[in-house]
Write a protein of this length. Structure first.
Length: 348
């Protein structure tokens, strides 16, 4: 609800102009649109250890990994008889990248009665050989958690590193933002890693906002015969506390139709509206954005490009004038950052 209210205030500011702050009144529209994008798509600040829902996600994922790996004990540690020995490990980078998962690793170690301290903070750029975290305690627990923690930090750091690279790729285009999709094998942890890398999270769950995609439209049409405009109007009446309202379009004509419908609906209620350009080429996205502007349909309506977007085409999409570029590759194809856990010489 807080996100929706903040977003709607920003929209009303765009429509009516600020009443009290003259500095804001002189800011270019691009800055105001950027504020709208951030209000809708940047939810990563919620993904912390202080959030019980995030901890549940972390616990559920890592708990299953630990059950798979160590439910029957560690035969090697038992055979060597070293489980009670006190020792110290460091997790170090074997290649340069962006550190992520440090907070989650500290939580996991602390839960096992180990003393962990972060040497760097999440989001820090690290070089090969840098230590990210140090942990002390019983060898049995350290070895039991080693692979799960390293896997978690490698994946999150890899996603954060890829996201940072993509954000840097389009940094000269101030109106464009790189955001994630729901193609997240590790759920909220993947979204958190995108946030650490500087990208937007988009929806954190299906209950966050309304996003009418092609399959929704097709089923609604088959079931009732209603048109795109009628589908949008019907869902609008039932949107409840949605943080934003988005519809996927596959042609410029559909984009114009949806934008016209949004303009009519927003005259009554300024809930934020977004057009998702599905599998548009950069050229088609550019043409669509220009037509929206020519018909004065882009005011207060954001445009997101999505579908098979690679690093090589990012700049072209940004130059087309879209507000956000969503990339499933951030979370389903990012390469893990190479990390390792090392015993510190001199451990007792």
């Amino acid at each position: 609800m807080f996100i929706c209210e903040a977003f709607c205030v920003a929209v009303r500011t765009m429509e009516n102009g600020p009443k009290m702050n003259s500095r804001i009144a002189t800011e270019p529209q691009s800055t105001q649109r950027e504020d709208l994008v951030r209000a809708a798509f940047y939810r990563g600040e919620e993904l912390t250890i202080e959030n019980p829902d995030y901890v549940k996600a972390l616990e559920g994922l890592t708990g299953e990994f630990l059950r798979e790996d160590a439910a029957q004990g560690d035969l090697t540690v038992e055979a060597l008889g070293i489980g009670d020995k006190e020792c110290t490990f460091e997790i170090r980078a074997k290649q340069a990248g962006v550190a992520a998962g440090v907070s989650e690793a500290k939580w996991l170690y602390g839960r096992a009665g180990l003393k962990a301290s972060g040497i760097v903070k999440d989001g820090t750029r690290v070089a090969a050989g840098d230590a990210l975290l140090r942990v002390e305690g019983r060898a049995e627990a350290l070895f039991r958690l080693e692979r799960v923690v390293v896997n978690l930090m490698q994946r999150m750091s890899g996603i954060a590193t890829t996201t940072r690279e993509m954000v840097k790729e389009i940094k000269m285009h101030v109106n464009a933002h790189v955001i994630a999709t729901r193609k997240t094998p590790w759920g909220l942890l993947d979204k958190s890693a995108v946030h650490i890398g500087g990208g937007g999270t988009h929806r954190l769950s299906l209950s966050d906002a309304i996003l009418i995609k092609t399959n929704h439209l097709r089923l609604a049409h088959e079931a009732t015969g209603i048109s795109l405009e009628e589908t949008i109007r019907y869902a609008w009446r039932n949107r409840k506390s949605a943080a934003f309202f988005e519809v996927e379009v596959t042609t410029t004509d559909e984009a114009i139709t949806a934008a016209c419908t949004f303009r009519e609906l927003r005259a009554q209620d300024s809930c934020p509206c977004i057009l998702l350009l599905d599998n548009f080429s950069p050229q088609d996205a550019d043409s669509t954005v220009k037509k929206l502007r020519q018909q004065n349909l882009n005011d207060g309506v954001l445009v997101e490009a999505s579908g098979n977007i690679e690093k090589t085409s990012l700049a072209a999409y940004a130059a087309a004038g879209v507000d956000a570029i969503s990339m499933g590759a951030l979370t389903h194809s990012s390469r893990a950052l190479d990390l390792s856990a090392r015993l510190i010489s001199g451990s007792r």
